[in-house]
Ligand binder design. Structure first.
Ligand code: DSN
Length: 421
C-alpha cells in the first residue's frame, strides 16, 4: 500500500537531480561534492553508531571508522594548524551549540553580528545563543554596514563586559577585525569565537584571514559552503587541554549522540580534495565573486560595498529594491532556473525579513563546476535579461549550464557518468 509513496519519493529525488543539473545555483551556503565523495553516501557506515572517540567507543564494530576519524582529525589539525579538532558535530549550528552550551551561563553577555548585519540565526535570541542567555548585544557597524566599527565596539565592550564575542556571519563579504579586538579580549578575559561556516574553504586555501593565527580562541564551522562537503560541522582551537575538554563534552554527549558515520567518511574524502586543490579553488572563487559583482554593477545593479571592491569572499550582496525587493527577484530568477536567496541588508529593520531589499549571491558552487570570470559575466547578463529586461532566460540558462557538469578541484576522472549526476 505504501510502495506508491516510496515511488513518489524516488521520483522527486530523480526530478531534483535532473533539475539542479540544469540550474545556475548561486545560494552562498551550498556546494556540491565530487562524484567520488558523493558516491560514498549510503555505505554501511550509514547504519552504524560510534559514540565517543576513536579507540574509546561505547559500541563495538567501529575499527574502520576509528581509522577514518582519527586520520581525518590529524589531517584537519595539519590543514588548519591547530592542536584541537572536533569532527562530531553534524552541522555548523550543532557545532555552535556544543560551544555555547559549555561557555555561556545564564545572563552572560554575548556580542554577535546582528541579523541585518549578516549574523547567523544560531547566534541570536531565537537561535542557539538565546537558549543560554537573553543578553545578546549586536556589534556596532561602520556606515557602509559591512564592517564592524572597531572603536565603537571597544567602547561597548568596556560598558557591557561580554563573556563571549562571536565573529563571522552569513552575509560575509570582508574579513572580521580579529586582530583589532584581540588585546581588549585578552585584557577582559573575553572568549573570541569565529564562526567560519561560510569561509572555511577560503581559510583552508589560505586566501582569507586566518582566525586562529590572528587571535581567535575557537573556530566553529559547517563544512559544505566554500569547503567541499559533506554537510557536517567542525570545531577547531589552540586552547589549553582543560578548556578544550569542556568543548569536547559539549559535542558529545552535550549536543549529539551518534555522529552520522557515512557523512563523516565523505567529509574525509572532501577534506583531502581541499588539501590538494583548496588554494587554487579559493583563489578562483574570490576572483569570480569580484568579476560577477563588477559585471552586475556595470549592468546597472546596485551592488553593495563598491568602495571596498565589492567583496573579498565568495559572496556578493545586491540591493534589488527597485525590482520589487528580494523576494520577488529571487522568485523570478528561480522560475528561470537561477537559484539564490533574498537577504536582509545591514540598514534594514528586522520586520523586513519577508521581503528584504537584498539578494545574496555566492559563486562557490559554479566555480566548483569549472566556471571562470567569463562565465561570471554571462551570469550577470542572464540576471539582467531576466530581472531588468523581463525576458525568459530559462532555456539559455539550461544550455549554458550544460557545458559545466563535471565537479572540478577533485580526483574525479572526467566523462564517467554517475547514476546520480
Ligand atoms: N542560513 C545559512 C546561510 O547562510 O544560508 C547557513 O546556515
Amino acid at each position: 500500500m505504501y510502495e506508491k509513496k516510496v515511488q513518489e519519493v524516488e521520483s522527486l529525488i530523480s526530478h531534483q537531480n535532473e533539475w539542479r543539473r540544469k540550474c545556475i545555483n548561486l545560494i552562498a551556503s551550498e556546494n556540491v561534492m565530487s562524484r567520488r565523495a558523493r558516491s560514498q553516501a549510503g555505505s554501511d557506515f550509514a547504519h552504524r553508531y560510534a559514540e565517543g572517540h576513536p579507540g574509546e567507543r561505547y559500541y563495538r564494530g567501529t575499527n574502520f571508522v576509528d581509522t577514518i576519524e582519527s586520520n581525518l582529525k590529524g589531517d584537519l589539525k595539519m590543514l588548519f594548524e591547530c592542536n584541537h579538532c572536533e569532527v562530531r558535530p553534524i552541522s555548523g549550528t550543532n557545532a555552535n551549540e556544543a560551544v555555547f552550551s559549555r561557555l555561556i551561563n545564564y545572563n552572560d553577555v554575548v556580542m554577535v553580528n546582528s541579523t541585518p548585519g549578516g549574523g547567523h540565526i544560531s547566534h541570536h535570541r531565537q537561535g542557539s545563543v538565546g537558549k543560554f542567555t537573553k543578553n545578546i548585544i549586536d556589534f556596532p557597524l561602520t556606515k557602509d554596514g559591512y564592517h564592524i566599527d572597531v572603536e565603537k565596539t571597544k567602547d561597548l565592550i568596556h560598558r557591557v563586559k561580554p563573556k563571549l564575542i562571536v565573529l563571522g556571519k552569513s552575509l560575509f563579504l570582508f574579513p572580521e577585525p580579529i586582530a583589532d579586538l584581540v588585546e581588549i579580549c585578552r585584557e577582559n578575559n573575553i572568549i573570541m569565537l569565529y564562526d567560519a561556516a561560510h569561509v572555511l574553504g577560503l581559510i583552508a586555501g589560505k586566501k582569507f584571514q586566518d582566525p586562529l593565527r590572528e587571535g581567535a580562541h575557537l573556530i566553529t564551522a559547517s563544512t559544505h559552503k566554500t569547503f567541499f562537503g559533506s554537510q557536517r560541522g567542525l570545531i577547531l582551537s589552540n586552547l589549553e587541554d582543560s578548556f578544550w575538554r569542556k568543548i569536547d563534552r559539549g559535542a558529545f554527549p552535550g549536543s549529539s549522540s551518534n555522529h552520522h558515520l557515512d557523512t563523516l567518511a565523505q567529509l574525509a574524502i572532501c577534506t583531502y580534495e581541499m588539501m590538494e586543490f583548496g588554494s587554487q579553488y579559493a583563489e578562483a572563487v574570490i576572483a569570480n565573486a569580484k568579476a560577477l559583482a563588477e559585471a552586475l554593477d556595470q549592468l546597472g545593479f546596485d551592488v553593495a560595498a563598491k568602495e571596498f571592491g565589492y567583496t573579498e569572499s565568495h559572496q556578493i550582496a545586491v540591493n534589488v529594491k527597485k525590482f520589487n525587493g528580494g523576494e520577488k527577484t529571487s522568485i523570478t530568477l528561480e522560475l528561470n532556473d537561477i537559484i539564490l536567496n533574498m537577504n536582509m541588508l545591514p540598514h534594514e529593520a528586522l520586520s523586513t525579513f519577508n521581503n528584504p531589499e537584498g539578494i545574496r549571491i555566492g559563486v562557490q558552487e559554479m566555480t566548483r563546476f569549472g566556471m571562470g570570470k567569463e562565465e561570471m559575466r554571462r551570469i550577470a547578463e542572464l540576471i539582467k535579461e531576466c530581472i531588468v529586461d523581463k525576458k525568459k532566460v530559462k532555456e539559455e540558462v539550461n544550455r549554458f549550464r550544460s557545458s559545466f557538469q563535471e565537479v572540478k578541484y577533485s580526483f574525479d576522472k572526467p566523462n564517467i557518468k554517475s547514476k546520480t549526476g
